[in-house]
Design a protein around this ligand. Structure first.
Ligand SMILES: C[S@@+](CC[C@H](N)C(=O)[O-])C[C@H]1O[C@@H](n2cnc3c(N)ncnc32)[C@H](O)[C@@H]1O
Length: 246
């Protein structure tokens, strides 16, 4: 994305209502927060029997033994509200990645509370290499335990180009720790490719990568110990064949 386009998109997002810019994990402060929440977006990709995103991720449960050491990232959002709803101090640090840090333009600026929780906002474009240098500096030697991406209208800026999206997801996957979790909203138009990808993972990597897919469309990925270092993607010829069928 060119810098001028990046600025224009950033302006467009700053005009959205706050619930769509800084969504809650589950509750938020108002009833409409639940409608826009991460729980609403991702509860369909939780393992059978799990009813709540927060309870499933909870540091005492899925991310057990990471309490106080966990690292979380939201791609495509400032992440202030979503990480604020977890048990205090379970994360060592968290960050939101957005085109622009809009916190000081919000009705109630969350920067002070974010600083107390060791939450930062990193400005950048998920398709640019510089952003990943900034994230590497922020991470140091740490790996990431939890990744969210719920860009909503933000996915309109995502090129509907399976290779570009696959490349970005591979970068996120490489950052994940053993047992790390990734919750991703799929850009519309790419559902057939992701459906086929899920089948490939289930067939070839079912003991080391857990993927749950929903027609929302979204998926949950859990990188189990022994998972390949690089994210397995569909061969180019399969992607071409699926794209031709559309
Ligand atoms: C509609 S808001 C959603 C915010 C948040 N994820 C939520 O669910 O409340 C879209 C967000 O995506 C970010 N965004 C859009 N395109 C992006 C890109 N290419 N790289 C990084 N962030 C992007 C915008 O800066 C904005 O914060």
């Amino acid at each position: 994305m060119r810098l001028a386009d990046q600025k224009e998109h950033a302006e467009r997002y700053s005009a959205l209502p706050y619930v769509l810019k800084n969504s809650a994990l589950e509750k938020g402060m108002h009833f409409w927060d639940r409608w826009a929440s991460f729980n609403t977006a991702f509860r369909r990709v939780l393992p059978e029997g799990e009813k709540s995103l927060r309870a499933y991720i909870d540091i005492e449960k899925t991310l057990s033994d990471r309490s106080g050491k966990a690292v979380g990232l939201e791609f495509g959002g400032i992440g202030s509200a979503v990480f604020a709803e977890f048990t205090p101090h379970c994360f060592k640090k968290t960050a939101g990645i957005a085109l622009s840090d809009i916190r000081n333009r919000m009705r109630s600026d969350p920067t002070m509370q974010d600083d107390e929780r060791n939450h930062s906002v990193i400005e950048g474009n998920i398709f640019s290499e510089e952003l990943y240098d900034d994230i590497a500096d922020w991470l140091g030697k740490d790996k990431v335990d939890l990744i969210f991406e719920k860009m909503i209208l933000g996915t309109k800026t995502v090129p509907i180009e399976p290779y570009a999206v696959g490349k970005v997801l591979s970068k996120w996957y490489a950052m994940l720790s053993d047992n790390g979790l990734m919750f991703v909203e799929i850009p519309s138009g790419l559902e057939p490719v992701f459906r086929e990808w899920k089948t490939m993972i289930d067939t070839q990597y079912k003991d080391t990568i857990e993927v749950q897919y929903s027609e929302y469309p979204a998926f949950r990925l859990r990188k189990l110990p022994g998972a390949p270092a690089e994210m397995p993607l569909l061969p180019a010829r399969s992607v071409r064949a699926i794209s031709k069928q559309k």
